[in-house]
Ligand binder design. Structure first.
Ligand SMILES: Nc1ncnc2c1ncn2[C@@H]1O[C@H](COP(=O)(O)OP(=O)(O)OP(=O)(O)O)[C@@H](O)[C@H]1O
Length: 270
C-alpha cells in the first residue's frame, strides 16, 4: 500500500526547507503545513523566497536541505508528485499561435490524460474557466485575464489534487482579477482541490485565502488566518499593516532580476 492510503497526510508538508543560489540564501528553514482542501496564500515582498519554495514543492527544483511531502509523498518521487499537482507559473506558458483548445489539449497529452478521455477533459477544463465560447480562437487574441484563465485550464486538465498558482492575477485589472478568483473558488468548491497561491495583493489574500504565511528574507514571519494575523497586531489592523510590520516596510527586496520578471509578466499580459 502506498503512503497515500495509509494515513491522512496534509496536502503539503515542508520541514526545515532551505535553498541557496550560490551565496544567496533564498529559502532559510521553512516549516509549513497546508491541510487538504484549503486555499493557502504565500505572501511576501519581491525576493522573499516564495517562488523558490513553490518550485521545490512542484519538484522543479531539487530539495537539498529539509524535506517536502505532497499528500505524504516525498518530493524526491518526482513523477508521482507531479501527477498530483497542477502548476501555473509566473512566466506565461500559453502558446499564442494555438487556439485555447489546442493549448489545453497539449497539456492533456503532456500529462498523459488517457487518449479516449482527452476531448471531454479538455472541454470540461475550458468550461470550468469560462472559455468554451472562445476555445477555438487563437490565444494571441485573448485578453490578459483570458490568458490567465486558459493557463488555469491547462493546469486543471490533469485533474490535480493540488493547484499551485504563482501570482495568478499579476498585471490584471480588477474585473479580470475577480473573474480569475471566481473560477478558482468555483473549481475548489466543485472538486475539494487544495490551492496554494502567491500574491502581492493583500485584498485578495484577505478575501480568498483561508490561511496565509508571510515570508520575508527566506523565512516565514507570520502564519495564520487573515483575521488572526490582524488581531495579533492590534485592533483595527489590516493585512497591509501586518505586511508592513513583518517586512519593516521593505517592499522591494528582490533587486532588478525580480522587478524585471514582474514587469515582463505584466507586459506580456497586456
Ligand atoms: N535562479 C536564480 N539564481 C540566482 N538567484 C535567484 C534565482 N532565483 C531566485 N533567486 C534569488 O533568490 C531570492 C528569492 O527569490 P524568489 O524568486 O523565490 O522570491 P519571490 O518571493 O518569489 O519574489 P517575487 O515576488 O519577486 O516573485 C531572491 O533574492 C532572488 O534574487
Amino acid at each position: 500500500m502506498t503512503d497515500l492510503g495509509t494515513r491522512n497526510p496534509p496536502a503539503i508538508r515542508c520541514t526545515g526547507l532551505r535553498h541557496s543560489f550560490g551565496d544567496k540564501v533564498a529559502v532559510d528553514g521553512i516549516d509549513l503545513e497546508v491541510p487538504t482542501g484549503q486555499v493557502f496564500g504565500l505572501l511576501g515582498p519581491n525576493g522573499a523566497g516564495k517562488t523558490t519554495t513553490l518550485r521545490m514543492i512542484t519538484t522543479l527544483l531539487p530539495v537539498t536541505h529539509g524535506s517536502v511531502e505532497v499528500f505524504g509523498l516525498d518530493a524526491g518521487r518526482r513523477m508521482a508528485v507531479r501527477r498530483l499537482i497542477g502548476y501555473v507559473p509566473q512566466q506565461l506558458s500559453a502558446d499564442g499561435t494555438l487556439t485555447g483548445r489546442e493549448n489545453v489539449a497539449l497539456f492533456a497529452r503532456l500529462f498523459d490524460v488517457p487518449r479516449r478521455e482527452r476531448k471531454d477533459r479538455v472541454a470540461e477544463a475550458l468550461d470550468a474557466v469560462g472559455l468554451t465560447e472562445d476555445a477555438d480562437r487563437q490565444a494571441s487574441g485573448y485578453s490578459g485575464g483570458m490568458i490567465r484563465r486558459l493557463e488555469l485550464a491547462q493546469a486543471l486538465v490533469s485533474s490535480p489534487r493540488l493547484l499551485i498558482l504563482d501570482e495568478p492575477t499579476i498585471g490584471l485589472d480588477p474585473v479580470a482579477r475577480s473573474n480569475v478568483w471566481a473560477r478558482i473558488e468555483q473549481i475548489r468548491a466543485d472538486t475539494g482541490m487544495t490551492v496554494l497561491v502567491t500574491t502581492h495583493y493583500m485584498d485578495e489574500a484577505e478575501q480568498y485565502c483561508e490561511r496565509i504565511a508571510l515570508m520575508h528574507r527566506g523565512r516565514i514571519r507570520a502564519l495564520g488566518t487573515p483575521a488572526e494575523l490582524e488581531a495579533n497586531l492590534g485592533p483595527e489592523s489590516t493585512l497591509d499593516d501586518v505586511f508592513r510590520a513583518v517586512t519593516g516596510d521593505q517592499l522591494d527586496e528582490g533587486g532588478i532580476r525580480d522587478v524585471r520578471a514582474a514587469r515582463r509578466t505584466a507586459r506580456r499580459l497586456g
